[in-house]
Design a protein around this ligand. Sequence first.
Ligand code: TEU
Length: 537
Amino acid sequence: MSRPTVRGQRPGWWQDAVIYQVYPRSFADGDGDGVGDLAGLLDRLPYIASLGVDGIWMTPFQPSPQVDQGYDVSDYCAVDPLFGTMEQFDQVLEAAHALGLRIFLDVVPNHCSSEHPLFQAAVAADSGSPERAMFHFENGVDDDTPPNNWQSVFGGRAWSRVNPGSDTDKEWYLHLFSPEQPDWNWRNPAVGDYFEGVLRFWFDKGVDGLRIDVAHALFKADGLPDTASTDGVVNGLRSNPQVSDQDEVHEVYRRWRRVADSYSPTRVLVGEVNLEPHRAARYTRHDEMHQAFAFAFVKLGWDAAAWAAVGTELEAARKEHGAPLTWALENHDIVRSVTRFGGGERGTLRARAGLLAILGLPGGAYIYQGQELNLPEAEVPLHARADPMWTRAGVSRDGARVPLPWTVAAENTYGFSPAGAADPWLPVPAAWGSRSVQMQLDDPASTLQLVTEALRVRRELIEKEILSPDDATTWHVQDNGLLLCERGDRFLLAVAMGEEPCALPQGSVVLASSPLTDAGLLPADSAVWLLREESRT
Ligand code: TEU
C-alpha cells in the first residue's frame, strides 16, 4: 500500500511523533445507534489529519461484552458489530494511510473477557487441565477465602470462585480488574504463542503499531504470594511488587520487538507502563518497546517545583535507558486536565498551557480526543454512569468519555450522531456546542487553533533540525513560579505556574498559549516556546 511521505519512512519517525487517541465509542456515530463507530471515524479522518498529527491510536473495538468498554476482549482478531465490520476497519486503515496517518491499535494481553472461548473452555474443563493452565486457577484457603489477599484495581478481591456452588470444584480464578476480565497465565508458554498470533494478525493487515494495555502486569510473582498491603485499590498494581513488574515480562517485549522488527516498516510498540519513571524506562530498552507513556505529570497539580522535579527524574531515567520520552496528559482513564488543574477559567488556561508544554518537550506525545478542544471533565449523572469502576469502587471515568461535540447546534448530539439517531451512550452536557469543533474552527484564539499551530511549528523545527527527540533537558524554577525547561541549545519552554505575570528570559517568542501582556510579560497560567540565537555561547 503506498503512503505519502509526510513524515513517512523517516527512520525512527515515532520518536517525536504526535499520536491522536481515538476512543471510538465517543468519537463519531455513523450508524445512529448513539455509539461511535468505524463509519463515524472513517468520515472524520480528514479532521484528524488536519490537526497535523502523525497517527491515531484506537482503543479496543474488538468483540467484547463491553463490561469495561471493550477492555474485556472476547475475540482479539475481529470487529465488534457495535463498531462495524472488518471491511470498515480495512477502509479506515487504507484511508488513514492515504492521509499520511499511522494506525495504532490497543492490545490487551493481561486479561480477556470471561466470554473468550479459551476462558469458557477452561471453566468447562477440570482442575489441572491444560485449558485451566491458560489462566490462574487456584484452590482457595477455604471455601470463602481466596488463594491470596490481592485486591482488584476495580475494587473488591482479585479472585472469584469459578463454580461458586460446587462441592467438587473449589478453584478460584484471578482477575486484577473486574470478575469478567480473567488474567492470562503468562508463565504458560502457550499464552505467549497465542499473543504472537494476535500481533501478526494485525501487523499483516498493515497496522503500524500497538498500544499495550497494563503492560507491566502480565507476569505476577511466582507462587502468587500475599502482598504486604491491601490498601489502595488502584495503587495495588503499582505499589505491590508481587502483582506486577516482574523481570520475566521483559522477555515478552523482547519477543514482540523481534516480531515488530520483522516487518517493513517496523511496527511500533507503546506501553501503558504505570510505574515510577526509572522502572517504566526499563521497558523501552533498545530491544524492548519503542515507547512507554510518561504519565508522571498527570499525578501533579499546577506546581512548578513538582514539575521540575519530575521532569528532572524523567530525564535521568531516559538517559539511563536510552529511549526518548512519550508525553501524555490525558487519556480515557484520567480526569480531563482542565478540571484537574482547577477548572473554570484558570483550569482552562492551564490545560492549554500544559498541552503546549508537553508538545514542546523532546520525544513523542499523545493527545486524547477532545483535548484539542480543551474539554473539561463532564458531569455525568449517577444513573448514566457506565464505568465498572463506578459500581465496584465508586470512581467514575465516564466524565472523560462523553461524545465529542462537532457542531454548535445541539441537534443530533452536537453533530456526533446522524439525524434520527438514538440517544448517545453517555449524555452530553448542555452548552457543549460552544466548545465544538465547528465553533473552534471559526475562532483564531481557540485551543483547536493553538494545537494545530503548535503541531505545524513543531514539525517545522524538527525538519530544520532545531529540535531533536534526543535533546537534553534541564529544568529550573524561579521564585515567581516560572517553570523553565531548557531543551538542547536553542529551545526554551517557560510555563507561568505562579500567581503573577512573569518576565521572560531572552529569546524570540515562537508560540504562546495566551497573549503576552502589554509589558511583554507571560500571564499566569500560560506557556511559551522561545528560540535563542544559534550563536549563543
Ligand atoms: O488501564 C489500566 C489501569 O491501571 C487503569 O485501570 C487505572 O488504574 C484506572 O483507570 C485508574 O485511573 C487500562 C485501560 O486504559 C483501562 O481503560 C482499562 O479499564 C484497564 O486497563 C483494564 O483493561
